[in-house]
Design a protein around this ligand. Structure first.
Ligand SMILES: [Zn+2]
Length: 132
């Protein structure tokens, strides 16, 4: 298990960051990306492998710092294995929608080796078919 962060422009992933089981280290590159794309970025999402479906103290200070620094308001979201929560201007919303990247974030955060193996097998059989 590990924390994963996506920076989104609408439905597209601008950047993916992979952290440890408990955190994603601050990086200068991430701040620079957010600054550079501050007019396009719509949502910043990260997973909580520990199933804590709320914003931690660190999350809240990061939100304040990023929004104060950029002068922009973003949607901030937390993804757990079964939960999905968004915050925008201090208003929290339980998300009922399932954007395409939600499953990707969960598989990167929680791992789905079995699914990956069957995908590899399918690829192999396709390859065999094409050589016949
Ligand atoms: Zn967090």
């Amino acid at each position: 298990m590990r924390e994963v962060c996506f920076i989104l422009i609408q439905d597209s992933i601008l950047r993916v960051y992979l952290g440890s089981a408990t955190s994603i280290p601050d990086s200068r590159e991430r701040w620079e990306i957010i600054w550079k794309h501050r007019d396009e970025i719509t949502e910043i999402v990260h997973s909580h492998p520990g199933e804590f479906l709320d914003f931690s103290h660190e999350d809240r200070t990061t939100i304040e710092a990023v929004e104060a620094g950029t002068g922009k308001v973003f949607t901030w979201s937390i993804v757990t294995k079964s939960g999905f929560l968004s915050r925008r201007v201090n208003l929290d919303t339980d998300r009922e929608d399932s954007p395409w990247w939600l499953g990707l974030m969960r598989s990167l955060s929680y791992g789905e080796r079995r699914a990956r193996q069957s995908h590899a097998k399918r690829k192999n059989s396709e390859r065999k078919d094409s050589t016949l």
